[in-house]
Design a protein around this ligand. Structure first.
Ligand SMILES: Nc1ncnc2c1ncn2[C@@H]1O[C@H](COP(=O)(O)OP(=O)(O)OP(=O)(O)O)[C@@H](O)[C@H]1O
Length: 237
């Protein structure tokens, strides 16, 4: 494919990584974690990333979410090549177009569930009343409507993660990145959080990359990939 055809193909993706590399120095040794990752997700697609510990899942998610720069290669969000942007533009894309959910929810402890979900919207410039209405709608969607005035410490682990998912999608991002969000939940709760997330993905069309060790959950996504020798390859379950 020539460059113009590649650019056209990339323009329709929600997220694309092109020949992305990343190494770390460990004493004298160079750890070549990502060795030329080529990978794309379409809008509305839900992809599981299943790979052994230490192979580079978090590194990949951080680069995809514009939290870190790769050593080389390009990251496209919504068809825009973010490698060519200054820090301010990258931050704007990260805030508006990318949502994150981590293993530990990182909710702000002194704020209620509703306020935690309002926060990113207000940072993006939405009026308080609009942010509150959208936050309540998302909580209702996650079947957490009754819990809106609870603080994180008053919620169970599964409930906290559902609030974290609602917060991550509050600004209607194009891309949702999840780093083992169900990792510290029991299987039944993990399943329940996944079902709520899946409904939200289907309704919103957000492109989702979900790192997990839970094969039952991975098997329910549109496709699975793994990291092998620094490359992303398809994984058949
Ligand atoms: N900032 C860093 N400096 C040095 N080494 C790093 C750094 N970040 C990650 N690494 C190394 O890169 C490798 C990949 O780390 P990463 O956290 O991406 O793996 P992972 O697949 O997410 O692992 P896990 O499933 O255990 O979370 C590990 O060997 C890690 O020690």
């Amino acid at each position: 494919m020539d460059q113009a055809a590649v650019e056209t193909a990339l323009a329709s993706t929600a997220l694309a990584l092109v020949d992305v590399t990343r190494s770390f120095s460990e004493g004298e040794r160079e750890l070549h974690i990502l060795r030329g990752v080529d990978f794309a997700i379409q809008p509305g697609e839900m992809v599981a990333l299943v790979a052994p510990s230490g192979t580079g899942k978090s590194t990949l998610l951080h680069i995809a979410g514009l939290l870190e720069h790769p050593d080389s290669g390009d990251v496209y969000v919504g068809g825009i090549n973010c490698a060519e942007l200054d820090d301010e533009s990258r931050t704007a894309i990260r805030r508006n177009d990318v949502g994150f959910v981590y293993q530990f929810h990182h909710l702000l402890p002194e704020f209620t569930a509703l306020e935690n979900i309002m926060m990113p919207q207000m940072i993006a410039g939405l009026a308080k009343s609009e942010a509150a209405a959208r936050a309540q709608e998302l909580l209702d969607y996650m079947r957490m409507g009754e819990r809106s005035s609870h603080r994180p410490s008053e919620l169970s682990g599964g409930e906290q993660q559902r609030v974290a998912v609602a917060r991550a999608v509050a600004n209607a991002p194009r891309v949702l990145l999840l780093d083992e969000p169900t990792g510290n939940l029991d299987p039944e709760t993990a399943h329940y959080v996944f079902e709520a997330l899946q409904a939200l993905v289907r309704a919103s069309g957000v492109a989702t990359l979900f790192a997990t060790h839970n094969m039952e959950i991975a098997g329910r996504m549109d496709r699975c990939v793994t990291l092998k020798d620094g490359h992303i390859i398809p994984l058949a379950l």
